[in-house]
Ligand binder design. Structure first.
Ligand SMILES: *Cc1c(COP(=O)(O)O)cnc(C)c1O
Length: 232
């Protein structure tokens, strides 16, 4: 089957970016937060080169990807010309891809088990490159979803920091699609606060303003920037 492109035109991607940024600013101001304290991660998975060109030209530099190999294909060739790029892995990571992930990503948002913490620590030592890490919490305890259960989060955070020496900056969650996201965002903030973590990656196209109200420091937005993705 021939995939059809559903990417927006460069002009509309720039417009979408401006609108999302304006809405982030407004959501921050509404709750008395500094808009500079919320980072927009553009979720670039599945996007064609023209869409990436367009959003880079509009000034976006922080990107989220959910697959290591796809991210390598999309970004390695662009790295030499972009020294202010930040790449964030937002999808589940297998231990056998830990080294590739550490080599490419600045931040790995998908730490959800001790075995992966060990693999990341070994890769970091081998490559002399220490990515920052977020622990992903499965706040809805959904069996099909990655992430450590909320009740096991404190122990994993402690092990990642103390046993494996990882730089744990914060937490990430993806609330159940069919529920009000706010209680999940609030739970993530509680876990972060009691562990002294400052970074909260939460909120997507449909709920990033809610996430900002609940304390998000990073929102992961794909569709609202690029249009609908092709789904296999
Ligand atoms: C795809 C994806 C997003 C972006 O979702 P949109 O609804 O398109 O904004 C955010 N977070 C994760 C983990 C994703 O996989």
């Amino acid at each position: 089957m021939t995939p059809t492109s559903s990417a927006s035109s460069p002009a509309s991607i720039a417009e979408n970016l401006a609108e999302v940024r304006a809405r982030i600013d407004a959501a921050c101001r509404a709750v008395g937060r500094d808009p500079a304290a919320v980072i927009l991660t553009a979720v670039s998975k599945t996007q064609p080169p023209e869409a990436i060109d367009a959003i880079l030209a509009a000034g976006q530099r922080v990107f989220g990807e959910n697959r290591v190999q796809e991210a390598q294909e999309r970004w390695i060739g662009r790295l030499p010309g972009l020294n202010d790029l930040e790449l964030r892995l937002i999808g589940p990571l297998q231990t056998n891809k830990a080294e590739d992930a550490v080599a490419l990503f600045d931040v790995i948002e998908a730490l959800d088990r001790e075995k992966l913490a060990r693999a990341l620590a070994e890769a970091a030592q081998k490559l002399s490159r220490a990515p920052r890490v977020l622990v992903q919490v499965n706040t809805g305890a959904e069996p099909q979803k990655a992430g450590v259960l909320a009740e096991d989060a404190d122990a994993l955070i402690r092990a990642a920091r103390d046993t494996y020496g990882l730089t744990v900056e914060g937490l990430m969650c993806i609330p159940p699609a069919d529920q009000d996201a706010a209680p999940h965002f609030s739970l993530l903030k509680q876990i972060a606060d009691r562990n002294g973590l400052s970074v909260l990656s939460m909120g997507m196209s449909g709920d990033y303003e809610t996430a900002i109200r609940c304390g998000a420091t990073h929102v992961r937005v794909g569709t609202a920037l690029f249009g609908e993705r092709n789904r296999p």
